[in-house]
Every structure is written in structure tokens, then in C-alpha cells.
Design a protein around this ligand. Structure first.
Ligand code: PMP
Ligand code: GLN
Length: 378
């Protein structure tokens, strides 16, 4: 049988987590916390389950959750989306990304993608008959080369996908970046999909600048976030998309036939727990401390690092250790050293190997210390 996605294998996150489990390695590959989510949040889920809230939620998301998302968006970004027409709850950011791309990309359209990029974007673009146009982020800091973006825009460009804070590099886009993007798109009908799932993980006093803060950009954008990241609940798969009414309407046409709706007790619990603003306000410090602890562990190793500006990932360069391809090295590190990481080539369409690995530091100090000791032997 012919495959609809002949170049797509099993996602690197599944490949590496499976290998880590098989070899009982410390899993710093796939991004997820190894500590639990807040106790009150869990209690709310079971409370609502026992109260009988176990049937379909409304298609667009529970009204009270959409309301809370709207109020929080206003508090954090100074813009209050209409909860009825501009906020859609989805089954994780993954579903929101799929629904947004599927809603707007037609056969023959071009979609600009900045590489390295999260691995779910391109397959969905291709399934829609779109052509990804790849623009590499500039080494060594993985900043956006806006001149190149400008040069690659065409009359067929339908959408540009950005991701800040950026997985896997930890790079954070500045206000200036957003202004430049807005100027480039001015006078075109190109849309923006902004993946901001790490919005609350930005370090060293830097700020996350959201597309929602930019009036000209938000008019043409889907902005996607994930409660999995913010509340340490990646397994619950609850996320959302904010977009102007016309775009939200199209996104919902997809969402209603991808999952229809998202798990009810989780939505109820999250809506209540969103009152706890301290949780997300403390997240930058919480993860910065983890990053710093992990960097301390890396001091005793031969891996080279630049501090991660955001996300819960740390990129390391290993060319002082071996010239192996990053996928081979990541596998060997898992099976022989006992620490699993993600090879960055997986985030490039042509598997470009710049000799980088990505470690996830959303882990207890105990885990990070043990990983450091093992990595010191490499
Ligand atoms: N976008 C990026 C950049 C991510 O890192 C992730 C999570 N790995 C997602 C989207 C998907 O988020 P979710 O788990 O909520 O589907
Ligand atoms: N977003 C996570 C990461 O980058 C993985 C998500 C997934 O496994 N699909 O590691």
C-alpha cells in the first residue's frame, strides 16, 4: 500500500522513550516532568468525576474554562479574547496545531516553517497538500533570519508557523522579532500560527512576548498553548487555541471532527485551579532553578552548553566528545551510558546534524544529579 506520509517514521519522542524504558535509562528525552502535578488539581479531577461529570464536554470547551482562559489572557497579555468566539479548548496543543493547520492550508499553499521545529507541524501541512518552506534558524543562537524569511515569502504563502519559547533550542523571540514579523506580513493575507506552549518558562528576567500582545499580529493568528506544560499534566492532553472569530470558526470545524471535545473532568478541574495564579507566576523561577541545577551537573561533563533562555529543555553540543551522527550518539548514550536525550536532527526535514542533543530538565534534583554523574563518564 502507498503511504500518505512516506517520509514519516515513528516520532522521535516515542523512539527515545521506548529505548530509555527498555534499557532502564534515565529519560531526559521526551519532554515531561517526573514529579507530580499539584495535589489540589488532582483532587478537583476526582471530585468532578465522582460528582458525575463524565460525559461529553461542549464541543468548543467548557464555557467556564474558556472564560478563565480569556481572563488570564487579559491579565498576562493585556488582550481579552471573547470566550465564546475566540477561545477553543483542544485535546492538547498537538490537536490545536493540527486543527489550525488543517483549517487554513489548501493544496498548493506554502507554509513557512523555521527549523529546527517541533515534529508535528510538517506532516500535517503535507496531509493538507501544502508545501513546507524551510528556513533555518541562525546558529549559534537560533535566532530568526528575517531577511531570509522575507526572501522566501511568495504569493502562495498561506501561513507561517513560529514557536516561542522554542522547542528544542530554548530560544525566545523578542518584541523586535514580533514587530519585524508584523511589518513583513503587513499588506498580505498570510496567517500566523504561534506555538506558545512554553509561555511560562522564560528565564533570567527575560520576557515571553506573545503574538496576543501585538494587535496587528493577533488579527491574523492562531495562538496555541497547553495546560500539560503549565500544570505538569502532559498526560491529560488539554490545550487551547486563541484566534479571531473567523479563524476560530474554521478551527472548530476541524476540532469537531478530530476529537469533538476534550475530557470533561480535566476541563472542570483546570478551570477551578486557574484561580491559583501563583502557580504560573512561579513557574519561571521553578524551572530556572532546575535549569541551573542541571547546568551545574553538566559542569563535570564534556558536554558544552549555552544556558537555555526558555522551555524545559537544554541543548548541548557534543562535538568535543564524538563525531557520531546525533541519532546514533543519542541511542548509544541511552543504551551504554544510561541517559536518554533527543537528537536535534529529528527537528530538521533533511535530518541536518549539527551535533546537538536536547535534555529535558523537568525532573527532580535526584534524577538530574544521577544523570549528571552518568554523563560525567562520557
Ligand atoms: N508544541 C511544542 C513546541 C511542544 O513542545 C509540545 C509538547 N511536546 C506540543 C506542541 C504539544 O503539546 P501537547 O502535549 O499539549 O499536545
Ligand atoms: N513535546 C514533547 C517534547 O518535545 C513531546 C511530546 C510528544 O511526545 N508528543 O519532548
Amino acid at each position: 500500500p502507498t503511504s500518505k506520509l512516506p517520509d514519516v517514521g515513528t516520532t522521535i519522542f516515542t523512539v527515545m522513550s521506548t529505548l530509555a524504558n527498555e534499557h532502564k535509562a534515565i529519560n531526559l528525552s521526551q519532554g515531561f516532568p517526573d514529579f507530580n502535578c499539584p495535589e489540589p488539581l488532582m483532587n478537583l479531577v476526582t471530585k468532578y468525576m465522582h460528582e458525575g461529570f463524565n460525559q461529553y464536554a461542549p464541543m468548543a470547551g467548557l464555557p467556564q474554562l474558556r472564560q478563565k482562559i480569556s481572563l488570564k489572557t487579559e491579565k498576562v497579555y493585556g488582550y481579552r479574547p471573547d470566550p465564546d468566539t475566540e477561545v477553543t479548548v483542544t485535546s492538547g496543543a498537538t490537536e490545536a496545531l493540527n486543527a489550525a493547520i488543517s483549517a487554513v492550508v489548501k493544496p498548493g499553499d506554502e507554509v513557512m516553517v523555521l527549523e529546527p521545529c517541533y515534529d508535528s507541524y510538517v506532516p500535517v501541512i503535507r496531509l493538507c497538500g501544502g508545501s513546507p518552506v524551510f528556513v533555518p534558524l541562525s546558529l549559534p543562537d537560533f535566532s530568526v533570519d528575517w531577511d531570509q524569511v522575507k526572501n522566501r515569502l511568495s504569493s502562495r504563502t498561506r501561513l507561517i508557523i513560529i514557536n516561542t519559547p522554542h522547542n528544542p533550542t530554548g530560544a525566545v523571540m523578542s518584541r523586535q522579532d514580533m514587530n519585524t514579523l508584523a511589518n513583513l506580513l503587513n499588506g498580505t493575507d498570510i496567517l500566523v500560527l504561534s506555538d506558545e506552549v512554553y509561555e511560562h518558562m522564560v528565564f533570567d528576567g527575560q520576557e515571553h512576548f506573545s503574538v496576543l500582545q501585538h494587535p496587528q499580529l493577533r488579527e491574523r493568528s492562531f495562538v496555541v498553548s497547553s495546560f500539560g506544560k503549565t500544570y505538569h499534566t502532559t498526560g491529560w492532553k488539554v490545550g487551547y487555541a486563541v484566534a479571531p472569530p473567523q479563524l476560530s470558526k474554521e478551527l472548530r470545524k476541524m476540532h469537531q471532527f478530530i476529537t469533538f471535545s476534550t475530557a470533561t473532568p480535566f476541563q472542570l478541574a483546570i478551570a477551578d485551579f486557574m484561580e491559583e495564579e501563583a502557580h504560573y507566576l512561579e513557574l519561571p523561577n521553578f524551572y530556572q532553578a532546575k535549569r541551573d541545577f542541571f547546568l551545574q551537573q553538566l559542569q563535570q561533563t564534556r558536554f558544552e552548553f549555552m544556558p537555555s533562555a526558555g522551555t524545559y529543555f537544554q541543548l548541548v553540543k557534543y562535538n568535543g566528545i564524538t563525531d557520531e551522527h546525533d541519532l546514533d550518539f543519542a541511542k548509544r548514550l541511552t543504551t551504554e551510558t544510561g541517559v536518554a536525550a533527543i537528537p536535534i536532527s529529528a527537528f530538521y526535514h533533511d535530518k541536518t546534524d549539527n551535533k546537538y542533543l536536547r535534555f529535558c530538565f523537568a525532573k527532580s534534583e535526584e534524577t538530574l544529579r544521577a544523570a549528571g554523574e552518568m554523563l560525567a563518564k562520557v
